[in-house]
Each structure stands twice: as structure tokens, then as C-alpha cells.
Design a protein around this ligand. Sequence first.
Ligand SMILES: Cc1ncc(COP(=O)(O)O)c(C=O)c1O
Length: 434
Amino acid sequence: MQHLISRRAQDAAEEASQTPIWDVLSDAWCASTNPNGFVNVGVAENSLMHNELLTFLNNKLELPAQYLTYNDGNSGSNRLRASMAGFLNRQLKPFTPLNADHLVVTNGVSPAIEHVSWAFTDPGEGILLGRPYYGTFIPDMMTRPRATVVPVSFEECDPLSLEGVAKYETALLNFQEETGKKVRSLMLCHPHNPLGRCYSREVLIELMRFCQKYQIHLISDEIYALSVWENTVDEYPPPVKFESALSIDLNGIIDPRLVHVLWGVSKDFGANGLRMGVIISQVNEDLHSALRGASLYTTPSGLADHLMATLFDDSTFMDAYIQESQRRLSQSYAFTVDFLREHGITYAPGANAAFFVWVDLGKRYRELHPSVSDNDSVGDKVMDLLLKHKVFLASGALFGSEKDGWFRIVFTQSKEYLVLALERIVAALQDEIV
Ligand SMILES: Cc1ncc(COP(=O)(O)O)c(C=O)c1O
């Protein structure tokens, strides 16, 4: 058949056809109108603070005329960037305070990931990414920027540990030797999606030293930076407190032009639909010059620009909001973990950030179905059963999991919704006919 779209677009279409997410989104559960629809605990949405945020935003929605224009340019209004810099100075405690010129505001972190991938790699060059990873990093970095993601395997070693740093070096050397192409950057997710933990300062510094050695960029995606909370249920591993890569004095460690942080409002403000992200790069003038034109394609809407600047300037509201959000995250995690324990489902303990429990559904499925051979992988089968029971989870297979049968549950929904999802998961594991 003759295609009327490019080879690259055909590949993207083929990729997109392999995920059930589009069916899930178009057939969403609703207690009254669609009780047999999909319960979605696969997408990282956070509705725990929706009411509080809506009350604030709806009260402030008075748009000055300049927000109907292109305003100060493509990368966020001057007012927004100044307000955001002030807010992030309080929250991320950068070693060198941020100012508006350090920020390129985009319509989400996804476009920010595309931008930095495009800016740092020529087609085919490598970006290191530790496993397991946030699955959408792959299309973000590969589909349009044409970078090659180089997955980093850790085997039995903790991916967030000091020992893990050596694995990045092995992956870099193998990739360069096998392809003759260079690795240009390392994408870190800190706090980690899907593991819900933070890298220690010591590990961050070691990763920076590694990046300096090979002159590659360290991009720290800190989209969950403010969604850190107290884990009241797990004893091990001990929690590591979140410290931004920006908070480190880079002197003698790494060329500061190689360090970049991404952040956005989708997660910490439960506002995926507002579409706002930011690339923070404090001294890399080349990057800022390159993005000056390219940011035309990722300009945040005037509405989001105005509303978020208003929010960032209200430090009293923000402090109370973040504190309450963190309290609810902690509670919801504990509730989910209690349920999992009661139902004999193993999970990776020790999370203290983000919205996730990383669960071994494959193990529980095997226990419930002793006839399954130890050599057979069960991840795909469990995924099919979950979909049959109309509950959607992110599968480890798409998240580069090194082990079969692991899934990511998002726990930041109302209790009613969460219980329904968890009950459907339990029912799916007991079933065997797909
Ligand atoms: C680690 C990470 N980065 C980026 C994104 C995308 O965020 P945005 O909605 O700002 O595009 C997500 C969303 O799940 C994420 O988990």
C-alpha cells in the first residue's frame, strides 16, 4: 500500500497502535454513565488536590489583554518566568539562585524532553536511560529528535545506588563501541518514576562526575520534585530526602553548561491539562539560543501563563497547598500498600515520592496458578487479564523492567476509584482465561 505519510510517521503510527491507552482513554469508567468502562491507574494523574486548585484558579481567572497576544515571546512571559524563578528558588534551593533568563517555559515537560534531546544529539546519537524508566521517555527522545535511547541495566544492583553509576559507564562504552556513535547525555528521573524514590546527593554528584568524564549532559527530570512525602509503612530501604540537582555546588565536579533540570506543573499541581513545563539551564547560552526559535512550537498558552504566574506569586497559598498535597500522598500510599499486603501482592518498598507503587503481579499470578511453569513469562498474560477486567496499569514491559511481571499502580485518585481499581486487579489475577 502506498503511504501518504513519511517513513518516520509510519513508524510512529505503528508504535502508537501497540498501546491500549487510546482505548482506555476513550472508554473511561464513570459510576453513572459508564460503569463497565476502564478504571485507569496507569496514567500519572493526581486528583488528590483538584478541588483546592480549582477553587483558587476559578477565583483568579481574570485575563489581561496582553495574554491574547504573543506577549514577550515563545518561552513564557517575562512575568511568568520571574514568578516561576522565585517559586523554584524557594522550593528547589538552587546553589546559584535562578532568574528568569535561566528558564525556557514550554507547554509541558514532554516537549521539554523533546527539546533537550533534539538540542544535544544528532540523529542516532545516544541518551543513557536507567531501567526501569518512565515509558514515554522513549518516544519523547526518539520519535522526532531521532536520538537513540541507550537503556542501562542494573541486574541485582539498586538503580539508585552508588554502585549503579558504573552501569552507566558500561552501557556508554558498549554503545559507542557497537555503533561508532557518541552518547551525548544521561536522562535522570529524580524523584524516580516508576520507583518513587530519590537519588542521594552523593549519587547525584557521582553521576555528575561521570558526565564530566565523558563530556555528556546530565538532564534531571524533576517533575515530581514537590510530591515528596513521609512513608509511614515501610521499614526498608530508608528514605532518601529529595535534593535538586540545582542545589549542588558544581565547582570542581562538572562543567555547569552540562547540567539541566526539567520541572512542570502536571504532577505537583495535579494539572496535566494546564500544560506547562520548564527547562532550567543556568549557564548554557548555546542551548538558550537554539531554543529561542524552536520554542515557537511549545509556547505555553496565555491562559496557563497568567494563571500559573498568579499561583507562583501567592506563597501563602502555595506553601499550604504543597504541605496538604504531601500529607494526602502519604496517606494514599499507605492505604494502597495495606490493601496490597492484605491480598498477598509483593511491591517494591521504600517509596517517598511521586504517585506510584511498583508491584510484582507476575509473582501473585504464579502463586494463584501453580500450573504455570517457572520458565514462562507471564507479564503479557497478566496485562491481557487486567484489560479484560477493565483496569489499566502501566506494564513493566513498556517501562524497560528487567524482570517479568512488574507493573506500576498510580495511587493518586479518590479512595472510591482506587478501591475499584485494586479490586479489579485482584479479580484479574484470579482469572486465567483471556
Ligand atoms: C517523569 C515524567 N516526565 C515527564 C512527564 C510528562 O509530563 P507533562 O504532562 O508535563 O508533559 C511525565 C508524565 O507522566 C513523567 O512522569
